[in-house]
Design a protein around this ligand. Structure first.
Ligand code: ZN
Length: 294
């Protein structure tokens, strides 16, 4: 077996083991916590920044006083230079306008990324916000060469990928959409020989609900149009939430295409095929913490 295949097999085994452990961890949160998670999300903090730490929610869990329990932090991954694509912008507005979050943590790696993110946020919203800027220290930066997987997950504060896959690099937006920022991060990770890409959806997703309800004139509009596109273009035999995940995974595998990505997606599809990366799709059920593979 080639070195890459050994890595892939190891990573796939580890992911299966941790999938199996997660319902127990979920149960340990306690019934009242699981009940409150299932009532809906009410995050206190919007965390935005590039993926230099593998995923921001991980930082909140590691640092005392930051509040890292499921339901506390809504996370949006920026482009590597700190800017937002339209999906990232929609995700930020969803947190601030619909969910009513008024504390924004801007994380950056000291190369001017925080400044760019700060300017964007100020141009999106006019109401007063508490904006806190944080620098990511050396010890927080992940060794990307050692990452098992890159997981495209929802910003939803209840989704904590690092609790399931501790060696995953996470990219987040509302609706786990294969956005330009996601394409950038996934492409970079494929270049670093990550063996697995996973698209992870979840139950009660606000972005999918908005697409089902056809709410066109909200801050979620760019996201709704993409989720609707994904739901309609797949074969329609499964629930819309699942179709949304399956379509994004299909795009990564090269089986599907969406004109909203143009040549950036095509370039990524070529890279994924050539590197023989395994593409997985999964779904996290908040009722019992199970991760279901599609
Ligand atoms: Zn969601």
């Amino acid at each position: 077996m080639s070195k890459f295949n050994v890595r892939l097999a190891d990573a796939a085994n580890r992911m299966k083991e941790t999938d199996a452990m997660h319902p127990k961890r979920w149960k340990n949160l306690g019934k009242s916590m699981v009940d409150s998670i299932n009532r809906g999300q009410a995050p206190r903090v919007l965390a935005v920044g590039p993926r230099v730490v593998g995923g921001l929610k991980r930082l909140y869990r590691k640092k005392p006083g930051h509040g890292g329990m499921p339901g506390t932090v809504f996370e949006v991954t920026t482009m590597n230079d700190g800017a937002f694509d339209r999906v990232g912008k929609g995700s930020v507005l969803y947190a601030l306008d619909t969910l009513g979050v008024d504390v924004v943590d801007i994380w950056g790696n000291g190369r001017g990324t925080q400044g760019k993110t700060f300017e964007s946020i100020k141009s999106f919203v006019s109401r007063p916000l508490e904006i806190r800027e944080h620098s990511i220290s050396g010890e927080d930066v992940m060794n990307f060469e050692e990452a098992d997987s890159v997981v495209l997950a929802c910003s939803d504060s209840r989704v904590q990928v690092h609790d399931i896959y501790s060696d995953a690099v996470v990219v987040s937006n509302a609706g786990n959409i294969l956005s330009p920022a996601a394409i950038e991060v996934i492409g970079e990770m494929v270049g670093k020989k990550v063996p697995i890409i996973m698209v992870m959806g979840h139950t009660n997703c606000g972005a999918v609900e908005a697409a089902k309800a056809e709410m066109p004139d909200t801050e979620l509009a760019p996201i709704v149009s993409i989720v609707k596109h994904n739901m309609e273009r797949s074969d329609g035999k499964r629930a819309p939430e699942i179709e949304n995940v399956a379509f994004s995974a299909g795009m990564l595998k090269g089986d599907a295409f969406a004109e909203y990505h143009g040549n950036k997606l095509q370039a990524l599809q070529g890279k994924v095929k050539e590197a023989r990366v395994e593409v997985l799709a999964s779904f996290l059920d908040f009722a019992d913490g199970t991760v279901k593979g599609l």
